[in-house]
Ligand binder design. Sequence first.
Ligand SMILES: Nc1ncnc2c1ncn2[C@@H]1O[C@H](COP(=O)(O)OP(=O)(O)OP(=O)(O)O)[C@@H](O)[C@H]1O
Length: 363
Amino acid sequence: MSYHTITLNNFRNLVEQKLEFSPFINIIDGKNGSGKSSLIESLYYLSVGKSFRSSKLDSIVEHNASGFTLFSVTEDDNRHQHRIGITREKNKTALIKIDGDFIRSAIQLASITPTLVIEPETFELLDGGPNNRRRYMDWGVFHVEHRFSEAWRRYTKSLKQRNTLLRRGRIDRSLLAPWDVQMVTTATMIDTYRNNYVISLVPVINDILKSLNQTMDVDISYYRGWDKKTDYKTILDDSIERDIRSGFSHQGPHRADIRIKVNGRFADEVLSRGQKKILIFAMILAQGAFLNRLSGRKSVYLIDDISAELDIEHRRNVCSYLEKLESQVILTVVDVDSVLPLFQNDTDIRMFHVEHGKVSHVN
Ligand SMILES: Nc1ncnc2c1ncn2[C@@H]1O[C@H](COP(=O)(O)OP(=O)(O)OP(=O)(O)O)[C@@H](O)[C@H]1O
């Protein structure tokens, strides 16, 4: 898919904006604080109904406005156009429309717009907590395994009910039983989907690292959230006293994680910042490549501050990989000359310049 046009109103410092994108490479340049990340953030918001920077609505709505509006015309892989609109007023829930109809869950939005983002906080994938890595893994599982979101919805609902009961302290164990049954069924499904995804993704990451001229050999070990030798029913039964004392369920898919090794050593411990960035590029690009291989679908790549941490050689490798994808790439840079000469002359590149929240198309 690709974003054809977007119209923004009062999204951070972007007061009123209408832009038409290239289905291939789009370069957005501007000084620090001009509004480049806000533009990337607005596109991400259009793809999943939330921000990657803040969950606080007040920080997203333009300071003097009461709400924001985003509207896009997107083209799917069959070249059908869809109209997506999101309106969010302060103190109200977001209203999302696809092709004129209100949708109840942002899941519908996410499923039609596979969008991958690389922004400064994506570094947390290696160095941060397991939440980031679960989000990474689940982006892929969500798009390649259509039963995942329903299994996850049922699992988290049962987990919430179980935790509510646990917090009551002295409880009738029979009350927990139906939630435990539901958790066991759905946890097993989630575990299988995640495990299959990680196993399939690793060779794709290694292929991409090779095309980026890297000598890294990546291996990912997947932790399912409970001991791999014990079934989940036994885990829930055995940990009940501890769970009651703490008021929450200690183990399960909500505690899953992945550990990333490069050439046999943990990536977060041995790689330089530039090497980490390349690895993260490869990990994210692999998700789009794998989805494409499996279903023919094309993702949109949003890349905020592509040049940071990368020397010219790495930038050249990344840019030529992005060019070969023939997918929509929307990237930001402080200095356009740091990337523009790295693309071929015949690629459909559209350039935009941002200044004080005003985005203009550059010929
Ligand atoms: N809700 C808001 N209303 C108005 N302005 C805002 C809001 N939130 C952030 N800003 C301002 O918008 C400007 C643009 O921020 P943004 O992060 O998009 O800049 P940027 O071009 O990506 O900068 P950098 O290159 O430093 O990352 C900043 O000056 C920021 O303070």
